[in-house]
Design a protein around this ligand. Sequence first.
Ligand SMILES: *[C@@H]1O[C@H](CO)[C@@H](O)[C@H](O)[C@H]1NC(C)=O
Ligand SMILES: *[C@@H]1O[C@H](CO)[C@@H](O)[C@H](O)[C@H]1NC(C)=O
Ligand SMILES: *[C@@H]1O[C@H](CO)[C@@H](O)[C@H](O)[C@H]1NC(C)=O
Ligand SMILES: *[C@@H]1O[C@H](CO)[C@@H](O)[C@H](O)[C@H]1NC(C)=O
Ligand SMILES: *[C@@H]1O[C@H](CO)[C@@H](O)[C@H](O)[C@H]1NC(C)=O
Ligand SMILES: *[C@@H]1O[C@H](CO)[C@@H](O)[C@H](O)[C@H]1NC(C)=O
Ligand SMILES: *[C@@H]1O[C@H](CO)[C@@H](O)[C@H](O)[C@H]1NC(C)=O
Ligand SMILES: [Cu+2]
Length: 667
Amino acid sequence: MAGKFFTTMLLAGLASAAPAPQDQVSTAVNTVTVNTTDNTPVTTAYTTQVTPTPSSLGGPAATLYHGPAMLLKGSNLIPKLPQQITNGNSIWGLLKAPRLPKWLNGPLPQGFPWGSRTPGNANPYINPPNTGKTRNYVFHISEQTIAPDGVEKPGLVINGAFPGPIIEANWGDYIEVQVFNDLTTEGTTLHWHGLLQKETPWFDGIPAVQQCPIAPGSSFTYRFRADLYGTSWYHAHYSAQYAGGLAGPMIIYGPHNGQYDQDMGPIMLSDWYHDDYFKLVEQTMAPAADQLPPPVSQNNLINGKMNYPCDAVTIAANGRNCTPNAGISKFNVTSGLTYRLRLINSGAEGIQKFSIDGAKLTVIANDFVPVQPYTVDVVTLGIGQRSDVLWKATGKPTDAVWMRSTLGTSAFVGGCTLNDGISPEAVAAIYYQKANTSDVPTTVSTVPASEIENCANDALSLTVPTYKMTPPKNPHTVQVVNITYQSNGTHNLFYMNNSTFKANYNDPVLLDAKLGNMNFPADYNVYNFGTSPSIRLVVYNYAQTGVHPMHLHGHNMYILQVGTGLWDGSIVNANNPQRRDVQLLPNAVSPTEPGYIVIQYDTDNPGVWPFHCHIAWHVSAGLYMNIIEQPQSIKKDLQIPSIMAQTCRDWSAWTGTHIVPEIDSGL
Ligand SMILES: *[C@@H]1O[C@H](CO)[C@@H](O)[C@H](O)[C@H]1NC(C)=O
Ligand SMILES: *[C@@H]1O[C@H](CO)[C@@H](O)[C@H](O)[C@H]1NC(C)=O
Ligand SMILES: *[C@@H]1O[C@H](CO)[C@@H](O)[C@H](O)[C@H]1NC(C)=O
Ligand SMILES: *[C@@H]1O[C@H](CO)[C@@H](O)[C@H](O)[C@H]1NC(C)=O
Ligand SMILES: *[C@@H]1O[C@H](CO)[C@@H](O)[C@H](O)[C@H]1NC(C)=O
Ligand SMILES: *[C@@H]1O[C@H](CO)[C@@H](O)[C@H](O)[C@H]1NC(C)=O
Ligand SMILES: *[C@@H]1O[C@H](CO)[C@@H](O)[C@H](O)[C@H]1NC(C)=O
Ligand SMILES: [Cu+2]
């Protein structure tokens, strides 16, 4: 693999306090950065860096534990910690978690809430069904000690739960969420991932972009349309708060793209860190001279649950309580039925590779886009991505089977994600109707290692949207954006077109644009393509720091091509390319051979839309840009509610008497 160069370029900043992998080696480095004054390459003064060597599976106490669930020898799957201690009020991953309905408040006398629309016959981007319904939610955001894998840590929760409560709506409904910020020292906002926010671009939830943060002790009510349907999630967008726990599932019921008997509901997959999120941000943002590695995950969770192979020595050294066999997620199924699984990568960094032992999975949607069904052994999800899959339960009534989601081997030794090697694979137990739901499944995975080690989304030739759309062959705007990883003199940061992003929480770009103030400081990274009807971005990744899940707000992007080197102009499925809202951008092969994605979208949604890497630590380090869409229309047509200005006044008042430690980009 790209070996040492790849590895060492990852080592931008990371704190010492994480339970450090046991062995470390010093590696000679030629860390080439760019002098931002004259843009010439600079070789930094230090020439060695500490490269963590990942632990072996199970860590220092591996001999005490066995099997994919990291159980103490002789244990069954009766959890050792009460639910409240692990994930608080969360119900996900419990046998009592409800199946989801085919739609809310059904059945209806005249069929479906969406009438005669089907995934194939209705343009999903215009005229959502007019249901006249609003779904109301009240969220309290607070700090709470949680132990999702048995290791206690300070977490951030919604209504006392990690993962947070489900948001459900029918396609076309309005969703109204009153958010109380019960944190005492930080602002917050929530983002409704993948929804278009057409006509409500101020409720997209990005501080410094569409709103000011919700001040501690204040509340803010989001009201927006469920304008697309399928599987998604919501999460905090203030610094890396969501990596501390502020995320939950968001399911919009709509036309069915495949036959199934039962909906198993959200299956949230997330890498997990034993440090508090802010400590990880400090680690990410440490000066380059500190030579700290980036945050490395300690565990991996399915619906917020997994066990951890507690080790007395390292746990005591870090002052944490650790309980083995805390409890994993469980699902019950009936032989012969087909289930819909709604997979969501809600983690901070790691690519998830999801599978069920011995099973083929049929993908029916990627992100909010129904696709022509295709079959895989393993589902690949970068941060923010979702896939809806169908799985037929073909086992006997007494069977028990492992569900797995693995982060694979550590990127330090050639894998896709930065994990410490101790517990990269999350498992959940699937029990057929006559199985004992305390038993330990004994199935094995047959997914080839080569599929786990492939850090890429499914081939674009496989992913064909059910509703056909042909993007313009000659878009009005074509913009190349180069991503680099370079020093600003003291810190290694991400740059887009030679500029790293920094949020000004007090000055949302959308509110400026509404006032016609279109001159922004360089570090707002604002792109303004005027009235351009279609925009193509050719995004080159020159940073050898791994794969970036690139997320565009306000749109599904046409994904025209993915590759390495320079784009040759070719387009996959040019008449109906894949559309989605996050796409994995390949790593650079060498300093002169970038990875690239080519995306395109139609500018039918006036607003200010973020385009960024969804890895929490990368957006913290500046891998973010804003795109102003249809500025004339923003100025002329948008009726921005007065609560937006009031939220800024409240934030301004709070920050007048409190210090905001915005050490990262802010997002
Ligand atoms: C960057 O370039 C400027 C102008 O050439 C020079 O004055 C400065 O010393 C350089 N900085 C470094 C760190 O090489
Ligand atoms: C699964 O668990 C739920 C909740 O306990 C129960 O209602 C349902 O009957 C169970 N299904 C099967 C197939 O055991
Ligand atoms: C299920 O297994 C547990 C643990 O082995 C045992 O205590 C329990 O009696 C079993 N339940 C049934 C219904 O057999
Ligand atoms: C991107 O990088 C390439 C290679 O260094 C360069 O030729 C091109 O001008 C850059 N484009 C932009 C928009 O910065
Ligand atoms: C580089 O960026 C970091 C993080 O934003 C900032 O704290 C630091 O002041 C910057 N250094 C320079 C020389 O601009
Ligand atoms: C890219 O950066 C250059 C140099 O800073 C700037 O002149 C140009 O406007 C930027 N491109 C865009 C699209 O913002
Ligand atoms: C990169 O940014 C620096 C500082 O803003 C500027 O001086 C330099 O000209 C830019 N380089 C390019 C290639 O745009
Ligand atoms: Cu990234």
